[in-house]
Design a binder for this molecule. Structure first.
Ligand code: GN1
Ligand code: MG
Length: 366
C-alpha cells in the first residue's frame, strides 16, 4: 500500500494534513492495519478482510451501536469516553467506513495517545488491569439491546461446529496435508465431546447468551505505557452475542501462556499460573459479581474449550491451504495448532487449581 493511496482514503474521512509517518502494524491475523501520523495527529487506518467478513457494513454498524452505548456508560461511570472507547471517523455521508475504487473497505479510528497493544505480558499489573477492563466491558454491555447487532461471523464460537468442519476437511483433504497430522487428529477424536460442553450448556439455557467481545487477545486492549492501566478494548469486529466464559478463556489462552501462540518449541508452552491468577482476579473483580454461579463454574473449562477451538481452527486452515489466518512462514498454522494442543494438555493438568482460583475470586466479590 502506498502513501498516496492512504492519503486518498484519509481525504474521504476529512483528513487534509500530510502524512508524516506510516507504520505497518502486524499484531492481528485478519485485517491490514497501519498506524499513520497525519500532521500532528495519529490514526489507525484499516482495511477490513473481506474473506473473513462477508458483510463489512454489518460489522461497522455493530461497532457504531456498541461504541455509542459504551460511551454513555463510560460517561456515567465518570470515565473519559474519548480514551476508553474507539472513535471512528465518518465520511461526508456520515458513514464510518468507505468503499475504495477497488471494492475494498476502509475505516479510520483515532489513535489513543500514550497507549500501546502488547503481544506478551511485560508486567503482571498490566495483565490484572486487562482482566478488569475485559470484565468491565461485559458488565457495561449487560443491558445492551442484543437485537441491535448482527452475527458478523456465523457460529464464530460454536466449538462443536468448528470441530465438525475440521473433520469434514480431514475427509476432503483439499491440499493433501492430512498425512502429516495423524497425532493431531487423535487429539480431536479424544476431546470432541468435552469441547462441546460449554456451547451445549448455553443452548440448554444453563448459561446465558450475553453481548461479548469474542476476541479477547491481550493485544486487543490498549494499555497506558506509563501507568499500566488498561485504557481501551479494541478490535470490536466480533462483538456479538456470545458466552462470557469464552471471553475469559480466550484471554487466558493467549496472555497466560508461557509462550507465544506460534512458538514451535513445545516444551516452552504451558499455562503460567501467576498470570492465570492475575487475570482472573481482574476479570471477576472487574465484572463486579454479575456472572451467574454456573458461568463461574464454567470459566476454567471455557479456557480449555476455546483453546481446543483455536487448535481446530488453525489446523483446519492449515489443511485448507492457509486461507483465513495470515501466515508468515511455511506450516505457520500447523505450528499454531500444535502449540494450542500442548496448551490444552497443560490446562487439563491444572484444571483443579484453575477452578479453585476462580471460585476464590468469585467469593471475594460476592
Ligand atoms: C484472530 O484479528 P486477531 O488477530 O485479533 C481471530 C481470532 C483468533 C485469533 C488467534 C475475526 O484475531 O478469532 O482467536 O486471530 N479473529 C477472527 O490469534 O477470526
Ligand atoms: Mg486484533
Amino acid at each position: 500500500m502506498n502513501e498516496a493511496e492512504i492519503l486518498r482514503i484519509a481525504k474521504r474521512f476529512g483528513i487534509t494534513d500530510p502524512i508524516v509517518e506510516t507504520e505497518h502494524v502486524t499484531n492481528g491475523h485478519i485485517n491490514l492495519t497501519y498506524l499513520v501520523t497525519f500532521g500532528s495527529k495519529r490514526y489507525i487506518v484499516q482495511k477490513i478482510n473481506r474473506y473473513v467478513f462477508g458483510n463489512p457494513e454489518a460489522v461497522m454498524n455493530n461497532i457504531d451501536c456498541v461504541t455509542h452505548f459504551l460511551r454513555k456508560k463510560i460517561r456515567e461511570d465518570g470515565g473519559d469516553p474519548e480514551r476508553e472507547t474507539l472513535r471512528f471517523l465518518r465520511d461526508e455521508n456520515g458513514k464510518n467506513y468507505i468503499v475504495n475504487d477497488d471494492g475494498s473497505f476502509w475505516r479510520i479510528s483515532v489513535y489513543i495517545d500514550g497507549t500501546t497493544a502488547y503481544n506478551s505480558v511485560e508486567d503482571i499489573r498490566m495483565l490484572y488491569n486487562a482482566g478488569v477492563s475485559f470484565g468491565l466491558f461485559q458488565k457495561r454491555l449487560a443491558d445492551f439491546p442484543m437485537d441491535k447487532i448482527t452475527e458478523t461471523i456465523e457460529d464464530f464460537h460454536n466449538t462443536p461446529k468448528r470441530i465438525d468442519v475440521l473433520f469434514d476437511t480431514i475427509k476432503k483433504d483439499p491440499c493433501n496435508r492430512v498425512n502429516s497430522v495423524k497425532d493431531e487428529i487423535e487429539f480431536f477424536v479424544s476431546r470432541r465431546t468435552k469441547a462441546g460442553k460449554i456451547v451445549r450448556l448455553q443452548q440448554e439455557g444453563q448459561i446465558p447468551l450475553r453481548v461479548t467481545h469474542n476476541d479477547t487477545k491481550y493485544n486487543n486492549i490498549l494499555i497506558d505505557k506509563k501507568t499500566y492501566e488498561a485504557v481501551c478494548v479494541i478490535d470490536l469486529d466480533t462483538v456479538m452475542p456470545g458466552i462470557s466464559c469464552y471471553d475469559f478463556g480466550d484471554a487466558i489462552r493467549f496472555a497466560a501462556s508461557t509462550a507465544a501462540e506460534d512458538e514451535t518449541d513445545l516444551d516452552k508452552v504451558s499455562l503460567n499460573m501467576d498470570y492465570f491468577r492475575a487475570f482472573t482476579e481482574g476479570f471477576i473483580g472487574g465484572s463486579q459479581g454479575f456472572f451467574t454461579d454456573k458461568e463461574i463454574e464454567c470459566m476454567a473449562l471455557g479456557a480449555i474449550n476455546i483453546t481446543i477451538e483455536l487448535a481446530a481452527r488453525f489446523l483446519t486452515d492449515y489443511l485448507c491451504g492457509d486461507l483465513y489466518f495470515k501466515t508468515s512462514r511455511e506450516n505457520h498454522n500447523l505450528d499454531r495448532a500444535r502449540n494450542q494442543i500442548k496448551l490444552v494438555c497443560d490446562m487439563e493438568n491444572k484444571y483443579n487449581e484453575m477452578q479453585s482460583i476462580v471460585f476464590k475470586n468469585y467469593k471475594k466479590c460476592k
